[in-house]
Design a protein around this ligand. Sequence first.
Ligand code: ADP
Ligand code: ASP
Ligand code: MG
Length: 340
Amino acid sequence: MKSRNIRILKFGGSSIGNLARIRCVAKIVTQAQSEAAPVVVVSAVGVTTNAILEAADLASRGDKGYVEPLSRIDEKHRGILEELASDEELAQLSRRLEDAIEELRELARGAQLLGECTPRIRDRMLAFGELQSAMLLAACLRSEGVAATDVDAREILRTDDRFGTAKVDQRVSRELIRERLPGSGGVPVVTGFIGSTASGETTTLGRGASDYTATLLGAMLGAEAVEIWTDVDGVLTADPRMVPDAIPIREIGYEELLELAQFGAKVMCPPAVEPARKAGIPLRIRSTLDPSLPGTLVLGTLPPDPYRPVRGISAIRDAALIRVEGVEAIGVTETCQRIF
Ligand code: ADP
Ligand code: ASP
Ligand code: MG
């Protein structure tokens, strides 16, 4: 199905971290509509995922302090919703948000009573972030006159039950995705990062995996492009937090991007490269802070540039190198297995 120019637009947490940023994103989506049929993928608002993990961690130690990060999350989402929802929708959406917060509190309370937060419960808690951000962005689009519906990816991404790092069943998911998307409710705003098992249990795909949701959807829908919108001007020659004058790379190959990502360039979650590479879909990394910039285009293999042989540098912090040596190790079976 090489359907009507579908374009995937994925927005990371920093791009939708507050009301002003969500409004900017709504503008970008509206603009994209004139060129293609957008399918939007969102991460959780700002640092919501970290705050949920903080709550889960406190609860798992029996610490009642878990209520504090949850109150921060509640306040933040409520504040945004009240500002952006239309008068007609506010009551209904507020109820949805309240129910979701209530469920989050109950899950954390259960974990705190048990002094244990299993990966299964943690994934249920984490889904809150993307479910609410999708609801907020879809509401924002509607309030600006653009038909839009939030889509719960648990209905279209089937995974195994490895909670926290679930693996997507691509065959089943492809069917579900093609049945549901783009759909008739205007622009679909899909929750990144989450999926569900065959028995309906919530799973997450790994930290930063909204990028992966985006490229998977792109590959399965035969999209013309996948755009990863973030808070920097594209893939930079180095981590801007360590090298403030790093500059954007205009074009890069899939393999090179994968290498940079695997060795620390957080701008892209490593598993997200493969679905785009395999389907030959161009990826573009762009800045929500300045949408006029071209960003970075990721395509097949680029020929080496003799004047700039190094495309970029990445680094992994807090890594330790362990050296294991000794003649006794030679010939001992399963040495590597035992070390790891
Ligand atoms: P998002 O919320 O949009 O998913 P992330 O925080 O996951 O954003 O990734 C973007 C961040 O990645 C940037 O803010 C930047 O600090 C960091 N980063 C690390 N290395 C690079 C790099 N080589 N190029 C661009 N950004 C990088
Ligand atoms: N919200 C999730 C995380 O923080 C997924 C993502 O942002 O891509 O890891
Ligand atoms: Mg990210």
